[in-house]
Write a protein that binds this ligand. Structure first.
Ligand SMILES: *[C@@H]1O[C@H](CO)[C@@H](O)[C@H](O)[C@H]1NC(C)=O
Ligand SMILES: *[C@@H]1O[C@H](CO)[C@@H](O)[C@H](O)[C@H]1NC(C)=O
Ligand SMILES: *[C@@H]1O[C@H](CO)[C@@H](O)[C@H](O)[C@H]1NC(C)=O
Ligand SMILES: *[C@@H]1O[C@H](CO)[C@@H](O)[C@H](O)[C@H]1NC(C)=O
Ligand SMILES: *[C@@H]1O[C@H](CO)[C@@H](O)[C@H](O)[C@H]1NC(C)=O
Ligand SMILES: *[C@@H]1O[C@H](CO)[C@@H](O)[C@H](O)[C@H]1NC(C)=O
Ligand SMILES: [Cu+2]
Length: 176
């Protein structure tokens, strides 16, 4: 009787011990923490270590550079821009029925807000937007304030031909 009881207890101990080891095997002693996954979050992706290439971005997309298009909205939706990306301003030279456009850059946010063209620097005249367009490389890590300079700020103000861009530093590793 005592022997039988002892045997039963022994079986019980073996069963519970194996159940314990099975449950620990499932948890793998890590409680769901995946080191491989965690490590890859730092961008340690083995598959492609080539830095992403700078892009050419046509200002306004298929709308190009014209009066009345909301370029602030376009820049917001086209972000992020990166250092060494190229902005391409495309506009036709003026003719008898169309108005001229140009590209100016403001030095300060204040003159950008007010469309104070007298304080801006001309980057491209009304003839330079034809063909391939006028290209501006975002070489410097600072805010860039662009506008059309025609009619002393009227295209900038009322024509919403203005936008700001802050280029970002391109991440070295390519993200998945
Ligand atoms: C951990 O994560 C990596 C990458 O997401 C995945 O390939 C791997 O199968 C995961 N390992 C476990 C044990 O879940
Ligand atoms: C790595 O990424 C670069 C830039 O995106 C691409 O040109 C190149 O083909 C990629 N290489 C591989 C092996 O996927
Ligand atoms: C242009 O778009 C921006 C952002 O979507 C918006 O805040 C602004 O009111 C718009 N301007 C005009 C004149 O519609
Ligand atoms: C941008 O290009 C210049 C010259 O081509 C290079 O020296 C510089 O490292 C580049 N900068 C970035 C952030 O890629
Ligand atoms: C003038 O320019 C506009 C806009 O580029 C164009 O649509 C139009 O055909 C041109 N008109 C003439 C007479 O060349
Ligand atoms: C500014 O443009 C709007 C429509 O784009 C127009 O209704 C308004 O008359 C313009 N303002 C001036 C001062 O011309
Ligand atoms: Cu204009």
């Amino acid at each position: 009787m005592a022997l039988k009881l002892g045997h039963g207890v022994m079986i019980l101990v073996i069963i519970s011990a194996s159940m314990f080891s099975v449950s620990m095997a499932n948890k793998d002693w890590s409680f769901g923490f995946n080191y491989t996954d965690w490590w890859s979050r730092f961008g340690n992706h083995p598959q492609n270590k080539t830095q992403q290439q700078p892009k050419q971005i046509v200002v306004g997309g298929s709308e190009h550079w014209h009066y009345g298009f909301n370029y602030t909205d376009w820049a917001f939706k086209s972000a992020p821009f990166y250092l060494n990306d190229t902005l391409v301003f495309k506009y036709d030279a003026p003719n008898a029925t169309s108005f001229p456009h140009s590209v100016y850059m403001f030095k300060s946010f204040g003159s950008f807000l007010k469309c104070d063209i007298e304080k801006a620097k001309m980057l491209a005249n009304p003839m330079q937007g034809t063909g391939e367009g006028f290209k501006f490389v975002l070489k410097r890590w600072k805010p860039h304030y662009f506008a059309c300079g025609e009619r002393n700020g009227f295209h900038c103000n009322n024509g919403t031909m203005k936008f700001a861009v802050m280029p970002m530093i391109r991440p070295f590793w390519q993200w998945p």
